[in-house]
Each structure stands twice: as C-alpha cells, then as structure tokens.
Design a protein around this ligand. Sequence first.
Ligand code: ADP
Ligand code: MG
Length: 355
Amino acid sequence: MSIDVKNITKSFNGFAALKDVSVDIPTGELIALLGPSGCGKTTLLRIIAGLETPDSGSIRFHGEDTTRRAVRERKVGFVFQHYALFKHMTVFENIAFGLKVRPRSTRPGKAEISTKVHELIRLVQLEGMAHRFPSQLSGGQRQRVALARALAVEPKVLLLDEPFGALDARVRQELRRWLRRLHDELHITSVFVTHDQEEALEVADRVVIMNQGRVEQAGTPEEVYDRPATPFVYNFLGNVNLFHGRVHDGHVQLGQMELSAPEHAALPDQPAVGYVRPHDLEIERCYADSSSVEAVIRHIHSIGPIVRVELERGDTFESLDAELTRDVYQKLALKVGETVFVRARKFRVFVDDYQ
Ligand code: ADP
Ligand code: MG
C-alpha cells in the first residue's frame, strides 16, 4: 500500500501546525518522520491515520483518495509512545483484542484466533509470556506486545509514533534493530515518528525531516546525512562547524579560509556560511594553501575509537571541533597548546537567503 500525502495544511486555533506538506511513501517502505518536538510529526501521522482531518490537501492510499474516510476503513495499525495495553488483560488477550471485536461476519473463530496470536507472539519474540499481564513485563516487552496487537488485524499500513521514546537507550537500540528486521520480514508500509536522528538514520529506508510544519528534506539516510539540503538539516543531523564569511568575486571567503564552491561562483557578493562536520575537518602540521586556517589545540578527548579535538581558530578565535580516527591522531602526535592548520575535506556553503 503506497501513501501519497499531498499539500496538507492544518491549523489549530490559527496556529499552522502543517504548512503544505507533501510526502511520497512507496509500498513496503519504512519511512521515518524526523524533527524536533512540536514540528508537526504527530499531527501528520494522525492525518494519515484518519484521526484528524486536514484543512486542505489530500491523502491517497494506493491511488485512492482516503482524506475523508473513517479510520477503520484505512486498515492502519498504530503503536504509540505510551503503550496503551489493557492492564487487566494478558499478553494473549491484548493481542487477540482487535480480532475479537470485529463484526461477526469477519471475526475469525476461536481456534483461528489462537493460532494467529501464538504466531504473533513468536514473531515479536515473547514466547512463553502469553499469560503474563502487562505489569509483569519490561517496557521493551510491552512495546512488542503493542506492536503484535497492531499487526494482529493485518494492517496495510503501520503507524508508529515515537514507539520507543519512553524506553532507556540500550533497550531502544535493541528494539530499533529488531523493528528493522521485522519490517524486512513483513514489508508492511510503515511510518515511524521520532525526534532521534540516530534512530531515524538507522531504521528507515527514507527519512523525512520536518521543521516548523514543513518538510525540509526527504531522502535516504545517506542522502540527507551526506547532502543536507538546508542549514536546518545540517544542524539537526549532527555536530557541525560554522565558518561565517562572504561570497566574494566567485570565491567563498570564510575568515582566512578560501573555499571554492562552484555552485556559488556566479552569485553576487553576499554573506555566506560554510558548514563542515567534525569528521570532515583535517588537521595538518604545516601550512599548505589558502584553503586552510591556523588554529590552536585547546583540548583533546582521546577516549574511544574516535578522538575529538577542540581547536580555536587563529583568525576569528571561534572554536572548532574535529574528529580523528585514533590512527590519524597518533600519527600526528597532537598536543594541547600546539598550533596546527585545519582544512575542510568536505563542506557545504549556504548563502544568506537560507539563514
Ligand atoms: P510533534 O509530534 O512533532 O511534536 P505535534 O504534531 O504534536 O508535533 O504538534 C505540532 C504543533 O501543533 C504543536 O505546536 C502543538 O502544540 C500543536 N497542536 C497539535 N495538536 C493540537 C491540538 N489538538 N490543539 C491545538 N494545538 C495542537
Ligand atoms: Mg509527537
């Protein structure tokens, strides 16, 4: 089931929560909606589900307009952050619930429900726990019950709203890998909401990055991480060093650093900012050319496989963060207080109209 979200807008008492949002979700993909709290992720998910009606725009399921269809006609399964399991029901009863409340004509028989629930219990790896109550399970186990319950009704679309948000970091990591494997097995078109960059980049086939009710960029995890379309995406997906300066005579001059950014060569003089990830900053012992800048090492964090070096630029006294592999760090034999030269191996320049 493909989902086509087109030009959706939604306001709450005059506040625009979604502003012309369009997203294409191909059949069988796992899409992450990623963005800071309040950017409209839940609202968009609820509109896809049919729990909320948009002010304008349309939702198509497999080409068919479902914008004004009822929730139950959309064949969606939900999992929310706060596992809404029935406390007085066992794992088995919770998972079976959606099947038991079906209208008589489509309700499976008792034996069929039992087979199906046990299949789901196996799928979410909760064998032997069918008769436990939610209070006898860990947070991660409860979320797997919630997922099994959503899957029981054989949804065509699975919607997950920060499903692991309330769990601790270790369990979250385990569950996100598990969800990815489950998706690879079932291939149900899924929309996964999260505000956690790492979670989105690790789990999803494609990531839709939202900010203040708009889509900033959509693409594979590699695309959005390696080629951020906007300063917001750059900042949101990881640490970044900013080099303030100008486009000037077809060059980009950022303090003493001169970069060649061909895409800006034809632009008139104007403010520009260079964005460089810490692992794309190279440290050299000698001055090579004008694309590097002098800096003093202020601090070295050398624990773990990646060594983080904090520097202070000689031209503007702004701080820079560099990340080196341990090998490179040892070869350079860096020490606090030394003067070195810093160069961007990879960078992106945004001119002022983006700021
Ligand atoms: P997210 O899930 O990304 O944190 P939401 O979609 O929940 O964001 O909310 C987006 C914005 O819309 C927020 O500013 C929120 O306060 C507002 N909002 C969401 N639902 C309602 C509602 N039912 N009534 C009023 N404002 C709402
Ligand atoms: Mg939300």
